[in-house]
Ligand binder design. Sequence first.
Ligand SMILES: C[S@@+](CC[C@H](N)C(=O)[O-])C[C@H]1O[C@@H](n2cnc3c(N)ncnc32)[C@H](O)[C@@H]1O
Length: 306
Amino acid sequence: MSTSGGHAETWTVGRLLAWTQEFFRQRGLESPRLCAEILLAHVLKTERLRLYTTFDQEPPAEAREAFRELVRRAAGGAPIAYLVGTKEFFSLPFEVGPDVLIPRPETEILVERTITLFKGAADAAPLILDLCTGSGCIAIALARHLPGARILASDISEGAIVIARRNAERHGVSGRIEFRVGDLLDPWRPDAAARGPLDVIVCNPPCVAAGDPAVEPSVRNYEPHLAIYAGADGLDVIRRVLGEAPAWLRSGGHLLMEVGYNQAAAVRRLVSDKLWTGATSYRDGGGHERVLHVRAAPVASQAYVA
Ligand SMILES: C[S@@+](CC[C@H](N)C(=O)[O-])C[C@H]1O[C@@H](n2cnc3c(N)ncnc32)[C@H](O)[C@@H]1O
């Protein structure tokens, strides 16, 4: 894409989009038109749909140059969300960067199902813990939709928690979410007895087997490995959550956990009848069981207080 030239060669918004769409298509990017529009809207600091009201205008040279650089990086595999620093989740914009996983649409199922637990109970004030919070997208979407909820959110990555805190500020819920850094439930241990049992634990853990060749290069090369890989079979963190979480929940408290598209059967085999009851799962748009929902058995709950 040469961004200079005579009148016939004018790089209007429309022409930039058409050229880039075709370039991305040839490079095998998914949704090439959408990607081109997101990048151009970003450099022009405008809404994507507003591009269509300036279709025949030529953006300034610096903007065309910045766009060209982003197009080059996207064609090389860099995720669009990292290039523009934001990703929409549950109809809210979230800051993202190399320290956090880019929120995925499948994860919205987990949020929807958690909200459904309290639908119709206007005065519900559940205590919810989001384990492995990353960008904070789950905790923040829940805080926005469950105004009475008190939410705790943690992650082993300090960089992720910095971004999650900024996202909570941005969405006006920082006063209702407590963020901590640490390994799974560890950060919540010191004041567990004073806090009392949790009503819900939500979790989208890392769940890919180390070295799994099916992982897309754009994921493997750009997203944090801490957010993706979990041991030889991908179940290391899931196994720990299923073993440790019941002691933190009230009797009948809920665990809703996202699992890999092909992991549901293996995960169900890890669910102990002594610790959990009522295993259910929810499918994603592709028909894969995506979210496991189990409830803490009475005998297992509140053991942390001891
Ligand atoms: C799959 S990402 C999910 C991020 C976010 N909740 C989402 O749904 O987009 C998993 C997250 O778990 C965190 N993580 C990995 N191992 C952990 C551990 N042992 N304890 C706490 N967090 C961990 C990673 O840093 C990463 O942010």
